[in-house]
Design a protein around this ligand. Structure first.
Ligand SMILES: [Fe+2]
Ligand SMILES: [Fe+2]
Length: 212
């Protein structure tokens, strides 16, 4: 794949203005994880490499339209256009587009191929563990939320409010990522990252209560 460097540059440019949770560095981490899992699970690494590099290429359109455009669908269209220019064969393009279309957990599209499952896992794994902690505190800071709000009824908290904290994101969403991972290697990594994050919030709550 002599054009992979050029694809990296295209994606880097596309992602330079998006929120730090989905920036080029996120794509790089997802790519690294996908390659690691892909080797162990014996996936088609060419499909996986291109799918992971291009998976969030439609992000800018979703952010600019405040969520009206689904970045997974837009990204799949953009990926097809880019890959056709480089002369990739139609079968591979279809496989890559399937991975990109199904990587978004809120959409009701199910990853069916091994490569799509690995991309899904890699993308979700980047939201937990040490990097997950970094991402949720960074996001809370970005929207001006508090550092911590143990004791608040999290179900009553509105998104993007002062109480939309890292703690809320963990309790309501990220705690469940672990149970939605498809591949065996993904599950092994998810278990470790989940336990690390659980331990972090246990400790944070003890510190807040003056116990540590
Ligand atoms: Fe995405
Ligand atoms: Fe992503």
């Amino acid at each position: 794949m002599d054009f992979i460097k050029e694809i990296q540059e295209i994606v880097k440019k596309e992602l330079c203005s998006v929120n730090s949770c989905h920036d080029w560095e996120h794509t790089e981490r997802v790519y690294n994880l996908a390659m690691h899992i892909g080797k162990i699970e014996k996936a088609d690494l060419e499909v996986l490499a291109l799918a992971s590099l291009l998976h969030d290429v439609g992000r800018k359109a979703e952010e600019e339209t405040k969520g009206k455009i689904d970045h997974a669908l837009k990204g799949s269209e953009m990926a097809r256009e880019i890959l056709e220019k480089y002369g990739l064969n139609e079968k591979k393009i279809q496989k890559i587009c399937h991975c990109i279309e199904t990587h978004r957990s809120r959409a009701n599209r199910i990853p069916e191929s091994l490569e799509a499952k690995i991309l899904y896992d890699s993308d979700k794994l980047d939201s937990i563990g040490a990097i997950g902690i970094g991402r949720i505190f960074s996001f809370a800071g970005h929207i001006g939320a508090k550092v911590h709000n143990k004791g608040v009824n999290l179900n009553e908290v509105e998104e993007y409010s002062l109480d939309d904290t890292a703690w809320r994101e963990w309790e309501l969403k990220l705690k469940h990522v672990f149970s939605r991972i498809y591949t065996d290697e993904g599950k092994r990594i998810a278990k470790e990252r989940h336990e690390f994050m659980e331990g972090f919030f246990d400790r944070l709550n003890k510190e807040v209560d003056g116990e540590l």
